[in-house]
Design a protein around this ligand. Structure first.
Ligand SMILES: O=C(O)C1=C[C@@H](OP(=O)(O)O)[C@@H](O)[C@H](O)C1
Ligand SMILES: C=C(OP(=O)(O)O)C(=O)O
Length: 420
């Protein structure tokens, strides 16, 4: 078992964190670039494994596209390879083959893609057998399972002979990710409009225009530093996060507002954002429907500060890298807190149940980068061991290097007594 042991800092926390760039923005830019025959000049692409996998698979002539555990890579490439008529087997990790894709496959079939399931109906692996465009340009699609299906369809829509009209049904989750897709498409010359009142998105057929594009730093990755600032014991602590903008395409920039009641003030500078400490409130209620990737970060920060956190909008967490609700329930206990389901699959509460200062709680990470990164800030207040720290490579490969700027990060190898 590999692990890292993090030891609390002794004085104030003061560091400048370079951050990874956004894998969400990167993976969209890469699909659009591919649709211009790779004529865009993309700058600051993410080093995240999800993005590196996207780059590799776009360049590969291999008939098998193994996306590993990258959801956006699976969904965006399925749509891209399908409508560009490439015969590919789409597969991934065992967990990826448990993450649903039927909603996207049904929509692509309506548009003329020939797709078969190789194992379980509705799940990867898939076989893409070719594309003969149908006259149909209207697709109804559920908005409450994953926005990634919608983004995948929108990005390929300008290449369809009749464009695409998407009618979204039911509740819409992760909407800022759809807005990000539309903004990036529009930047590259697409004619795409969203009518959010009637939940209809229309994309006209027209080629993308190749242009230079620079990816912003990753706000989801920034959230862990917000948690570090929230949990830092010394009131004079401050962190500078580089490459973030006040006006971002990323919905996870909501962390600025979420963390204010948890004691973090944000000041935007020419180079990024400066985090300083402010007074903490006793309770916080947040709807994570549009920023699901922040839920783990905030749950751990609230648990450690003894702030009662009411969460809604976390239904989609069950179909991500792991069942994140179950994973949080199991691991929060180890830091003296609990995640209680108040209303089935809707309303949850995080409460601190013990103010213990257990030494070196050992946190399992469930093949989920966000479990590792969400629990790392606990090290502001107590020693903590994080198992399988390599999971962070999915979105933020340099996370532990950045963490080592503020705490002692000690690698522990297989067979070591990590609780020692
Ligand atoms: O489009 C994207 O880049 C993403 C959308 C979200 O997924 P869902 O739409 O499935 O919530 C988010 O959780 C994921 O990390 C990235
Ligand atoms: C859910 C995530 O990614 P994906 O769905 O792209 O695998 C994530 O990064 O938290």
């Amino acid at each position: 078992m590999n692990a890292v042991k993090l030891t609390p800092p002794t004085g104030p926390v003061r560091a400048t964190i370079p951050l990874a760039s956004s894998k969400s923005e990167s993976n969209r830019a890469l699909i659009i670039d591919a649709l211009t025959n790779f004529r865009c000049d993309l700058q600051n692409l993410s080093t995240a494994r999800d993005t590196q996998t996207m780059i590799r698979l776009l360049q590969s002539g291999d008939p098998v596209a193994d996306v590993l555990d990258a959801g956006t890579t699976m969904r965006f490439l399925t749509a891209y390879f399908a409508v560009t008529g490439q015969q590919k087997t789409m597969t991934g990790t065992p967990r990826m083959c448990e993450r649903p894709i039927g909603i996207l496959v049904d929509a692509l079939r309506t548009l003329g893609a020939d797709i078969t399931y190789l194992k379980n109906e509705g799940y990867p692996p898939l076989q893409l057998n070719g594309f003969s465009p149908s006259a149909e340009a209207n697709v109804r699609i559920r908005g409450d399972v994953s926005s990634q299906y919608i983004s995948a369809l929108l990005m390929i829509a300008p290449t369809l002979p009749n464009g695409l009209t998407l009618e979204l049904t039911g509740a819409i989750g992760s909407q800022p990710y759809i807005d990000m897709t539309l903004e990036q498409m529009t930047y590259f010359g697409a004619d795409a409009t969203a009518d959010w009142i009637n939940k209809v998105i229309t994309v006209k057929p027209s080629p993308y225009t190749p242009k230079p594009y620079t990816i912003e730093s990753d706000w989801s990755g920034a959230s862990y530093w917000y948690s570090v600032a929230a949990l830092a014991q010394d009131e004079t602590s401050e962190l500078e996060l580089l490459g973030l903008k006040a006006k971002s395409l990323q919905g996870d920039s909501a962390i600025v507002d979420i963390m204010r009641p948890l004691g973090v003030e944000s000041t935007f500078t020419d180079t990024g954002v400066l985090l300083t400490k402010r007074p903490t409130e006793t309770a916080l209620a947040w709807d994570f429907t549009h920023c699901p990737d922040l839920a783990q970060t905030v749950a751990v920060a609230a648990a450690m500060k003894g702030v009662v956190l009411t969460l809604t909008g976390i239904e989609s967490l069950k179909i991500k890298e792991t069942d994140r609700v179950a994973a949080l329930q199991a691991e929060l206990q180890k830091i003296g807190a609990e995640l209680v389901e108040i209303e089935p699959n809707h309303l949850y509460e995080v409460r601190q149940v013990a103010t213990t200062n257990q030494s070196a709680a050992t946190i399992e990470t469930y093949d989920d980068h966000r479990m590792a990164m969400a629990f790392a800030p606990v090290s502001m207040r107590q020693e903590i061991v994080i198992e399988e720290p390599g999971v962070v490579a999915k979105s933020y490969p340099s996370f532990w290097d950045d963490m080592a700027r503020i705490v002692d990060v000690q690698a522990m190898q297989a067979g070591t007594n990590v609780a020692g």
